[in-house]
Design a protein around this ligand. Structure first.
Ligand code: C2E
Ligand code: MG
Ligand code: MG
Length: 736
């Protein structure tokens, strides 16, 4: 079986040759149209793998020449474009199969092996997969040796898809190919119905994965059952095996990636030492936590890590961790692949912080191919990461409703780099869900686009509607309470974890209600935000806290004040003027003020938020991001806004010493803050164990009941206020 690879990129050509040769397939190469035609003239190929874009000419030209000359080779076209127009054109010109770049070598191998299988069985026309046998001439299908009766059309449908494994066909295409009819006069539902019958017949009573996959908005795809070693991703180069944390085997590609002299130099090393030595500074803990986490999962998961090679160069490596066996013992396998695309860096940054969020976090490259798909996305859409990597986002995340809405969102992303809004999408099971979406182009320091990150949070529309108007009675009561001076401010210390000195206090508002007692902000701030009273509350807290902390500072206490700002307040154009007036009235030095904003406050109107934050920082105010890790595409904002401090949400702090997932997130946030030179504060520390653990992760500032509850000004224990002058706040200038 001979395969010609026509591809101008040397590394892709070599990679394809290597994986195919390992399957015993003879491979020869060409890098342009002329070379390909000469090579084919000398030695005909059973399979031609054809890159569409070639220097001086196109793969399409070769395809046309081949078919005109009546050559019957099986042609697999490789192309960077995934739009249907190109696919249809390639098929019309006689291509047999089609792969969108970047493709996985595993998928390519599967398709080549399917052709070989077919050719071997060509006398009897039998397609054989693991547990599934399709005998075309005898019109018979066997599942694990059991005959399954199928009507002619269903057999034809199954055969058509099985001959082209891994390829998506729309219902219209299948109608044309199998029923020989046009969707105009035969309903596409016919196809849906027969696919569903086929599924039941092939795997009766099974909820497990079917060989016939539905691709939302795309159509159907045949995914051959894995037949053992032949399709195992483990056959790809770049692998290391660990037993009890120690390297027991490594291949040449793995040692080459690390810049080690050979596999022997890696064997015997401990994973912790290896990672500490090789992973780019600042991310070691996060990397180890993530590796440990993914090792526990049954599904192999991938992440991008930055490794510093022995000669000092950083390389981005895609690391897939999976449980394995070695000599009868439980082992951990790392599959390593050099990440060469431009989105590798954002995948690296996003690994950890966002990958464990409940929201769907999807990273694509600038050509809209999916590069990262977190467990949240798996839950929301029903697709596994392995099924969607490399695919066009529109094939997988299908928007319901008008095309215009999507087009205008796209236009906005192109013009501004951002989009935030609500829409409806279709999940794998065909359900329509409503989502709140934040999409951003992520840029490098020089402003170059690296990739696109979307965070999609499913929302309950009925709930959103019911929240729109708070009950009139509650509003009137709150308005009365504000006027009657029932609001009070409590202060909670923020301390330096090592010395336990108080560094700052956070002002937290409460409502001393005549009938209900002391009411917490979570009960009335949301109402105030919806009825327009939030401005009054914010102004009161700011004035009161500046006055109080100003008094303490005048008494010689070196205290910083942290005040929460709601999204509505941040959007208020009068904010900066009001702040200046308040500060000058009380003589408060604005360099001693931190304003805490949430990520959602930043995404709603990015341009306004950015302008406001710049005006605030120009006055000397520090900006912190509250509840960090729970919000939207956080990292994007760090680069875009002048931000000084991150507050790790308390949900990642509670029980952190026992919760590997929380620890991984906290540790990623801490490494990230270190890389971006930001302060980081852990919220909600209640126990010594939590404080110690966070300190070990590199977090130096904390807040929580362990150090003090929020209390009225007269009760706050200020005996241990930080005696030193506040260190210079690190200021990051956003990328322009
Ligand atoms: P936040 O800004 O994240 O404030 C921290 C919250 O965590 C406070 O709740 C605090 O009492 C609580 N907390 C602190 N340490 C611990 C701990 O060790 N364990 C636990 N379980 N909780 C701890 P609080 O005071 O109920 O405030 C809730 C939220 O209300 C605040 O979250 C903030 O978003 C908002 N808020 C409070 N005051 C204001 C205000 O003046 N203006 C605005 N816009 N929002 C405010
Ligand atoms: Mg806060
Ligand atoms: Mg918070």
């Amino acid at each position: 079986m001979r395969t010609l690879v026509v591809e101008d990129d040397l590394s892709t050509r070599r990679l394809v040759r290597e994986v195919l040769e390992r399957q015993g397939i003879e491979v020869y190469e060409a890098c342009n149209v002329e070379e390909a035609m000469i090579a084919l003239g000398e030695r005909p190929a059973d399979i031609v793998i054809l890159d569409v874009t070639l220097p001086c000419g196109s793969g399409i030209e070769i395809l046309t020449n081949l078919r005109q000359a009546g050559v019957a080779s099986h042609v697999i076209v490789l192309s960077g474009a995934s739009n249907e127009h190109d696919q249809v054109r390639a098929f019309e010109l006689g291509a047999d199969d089609y792969l969108v770049k970047p493709f996985s070598t595993r998928e390519l191998t599967a398709r080549v092996l399917a052709v070989r299988r077919r050719q071997r069985d060509s006398e009897t026309s039998v397609l054989r997969f693991d547990g599934l046998e399709i005998d075309l001439s005898a019109a018979r299908v066997l599942v694990h040796g059991r005959v399954v009766e199928l009507p002619a059309k269903e057999l034809a449908l199954l055969a058509f898809l099985a001959v082209r494994p891994g390829h998506v066909f729309s219902r219209a295409q299948l109608l044309r190919a199998v029923w020989d009819s046009d969707p105009e006069w035969q309903s596409e539902a016919t196809v849906t119905e027969h696919i569903s019958r086929l599924r039941k017949k092939l795997a009766p009573g099974s909820d497990g994965p079917s060989v016939l996959h539905t691709v939302p908005g795309g159509g159907y795809r045949f995914d051959p059952p894995l037949d053992g070693a032949a399709l195992d991703h483990r056959n790809e180069p770049g692998a290391m095996m660990f037993v009890g944390g120690v390297v027991v085997a490594a291949d040449d590609a793995a040692s080459e990636l690390f810049g080690a002299p050979g596999p022997d130099a890696l064997v015997g090393r401990h994973i912790t030492d290896l990672i500490s030595e090789l992973v780019a500074a600042g991310s070691v803990d996060a990397a180890l936590q993530r590796l440990a986490l993914s090792a526990e999962g049954a599904e192999p998961r991938s992440q991008v890590l930055l490794f510093t090679r022995s000669e000092g160069r950083d390389v981005a490596v895609e690391v897939t961790t999976s449980p394995a066996m070695w000599d009868g013992r439980a082992a951990l396998r790392l599959s390593l692949r050099r990440a060469v695309d431009e989105s590798a860096h954002i995948r690296y940054l996003f690994t950890g912080v966002l990958s464990d969020l409940a929201d769907a976090v999807i990273v694509t490259d600038m050509h809209d191919h999916i590069r990262s798909w977190n467990p949240g996305a798996e839950r929301v859409y029903g697709w596994g990461e392995a099924e969607v990597l490399g695919r066009h986002i529109n094939d997988v995340v299908v928007w319901a409703g008008s095309d215009e809405a999507l087009t205008s969102a796209r236009a906005e992303i192109e013009a501004t780099g951002h989009w935030h809004g609500q829409g409806r999408q279709i999940t794998r099971d065909g359900f329509t869900i409503a989502v709140q979406t934040t999409t951003n182009i992520v840029r490098d320091e020089n402003g170059g686009a690296m990739g696109i990150v979307s965070v999609n949070r499913p929302v309950d529309l009925a709930m959103v509607a019911s929240q729109a108007e708070p009950p009139a009675g509650d509003v009137a009561d709150l308005r009365r309470g504000i006027a009657a001076g029932e609001l009070i401010v409590h202060y909670q210390p923020i301390v330096d974890l090592a010395g336990r000195f108080i560094y700052a206090v956070e002002a937290l508002v409460r409502w001393q209600h005549p009938a209900r007692g002391l009411v917490g902000p979570d009960e009335f701030i949301p109402i105030a935000e919806r009825c327009g009273l939030i401005g009054d509350i914010g102004a009161f807290v700011l004035e009161e806290a500046c006055r109080q902390v100003g008094t303490w500072r005048n008494d010689g206490l070196n205290l910083t004040l942290a005040v929460n700002l709601s999204p509505k307040e941040l959007a208020d154009p009068g904010l900066v003027d009001r702040l200046e007036t308040t500060a000058s009235a009380s003589g408060f030095d604005l360099h001693a003020l931190w304003l805490e904003v949430t990520e959602s406050a930043l995404v709603e109107d990015v341009a306004t938020a950015r302008e406001q934050l710049h005006r605030l920082t120009a006055l000397g105010v520090g900006i912190s991001i509250d509840d960090f890790g729970t919000g939207w595409a956080s990292l994007t904002y760090l680069r875009e806004f002048p931000v000084h401090l991150l507050k790790i949400d308390r949900s990642f702090v509670r029980g952190i010493q026992h919760d590997t997932s929380a620890a991984a997130i906290a540790s990623s946030i801490i490494s990230l803050a270190a890389e971006l030179k930001l302060f980081v504060v852990a919220e909600g520390i209640e126990t010594e164990a939590e404080a110690k653990f966070l300190q070990a992760l590199g977090c130096s500032i904390g807040q929580g009941y362990l150090f003090g509850h929020p209390t009225p000004a007269g009760v706050v224990d200020l005996s241990r206020v930080r005696p030193l002058l506040e260190p210079d706040r690190p200021v990051r200038q956003p990328a322009t």
